[in-house]
Design a protein around this ligand. Structure first.
Ligand code: AMP
Length: 112
């Protein structure tokens, strides 16, 4: 499949890996928007949040468990932001479900 994140999961494209298990991969964003900026992605190809259904939604709970552990290990105790961009108007550029975790600076609202 011609998917950038599937290629990262397969090891065909390198990444700065933070965490991996049977279901997910976490790695640092190549273009960080905060002092800490990493992505957590399912190994199963799910194109975007609109494809989450009763068959695959367990992965989202697992991703948030992993996020909680990683932010604790990275000492983001003052807070952080989890972002999911979905679809073209949502700002999604890689069509493989992913959650951005941003921390290490004050976040602004609205995000723009
Ligand atoms: P989005 O715009 O929400 O689809 O997010 C895609 C993210 O993937 C962007 O923040 C990119 O900087 C990031 N990205 C693209 N290519 C790579 C890569 N090879 N390694 C790490 N992050 C990447």
């Amino acid at each position: 499949m011609d998917c950038l994140f599937c290629k990262i999961i397969a090891g065909e494209i390198p990444c700065k890996k933070l965490y991996e298990d049977e279901q997910v991969l976490a790695f640092y964003d190549i273009d960080p928007q905060a002092p800490v900026h990493f992505l957590v992605i399912p190994k199963q190809h799910i194109a975007c949040a609109s494809e989450i259904d009763s068959e695959n939604s367990q992965i989202v709970a697992h991703i948030f468990e992993v996020i909680a552990k990683l932010v604790a290990s990275l000492k983001l105790s003052d807070g952080y932001r989890v972002v999911n961009n979905c679809g073209v108007q949502g700002g999604q550029t890689v069509p493989h479900l992913h959650f951005h975790i941003l921390g290490g600076r004050d976040m602004t609202w609205p995000p723009g």
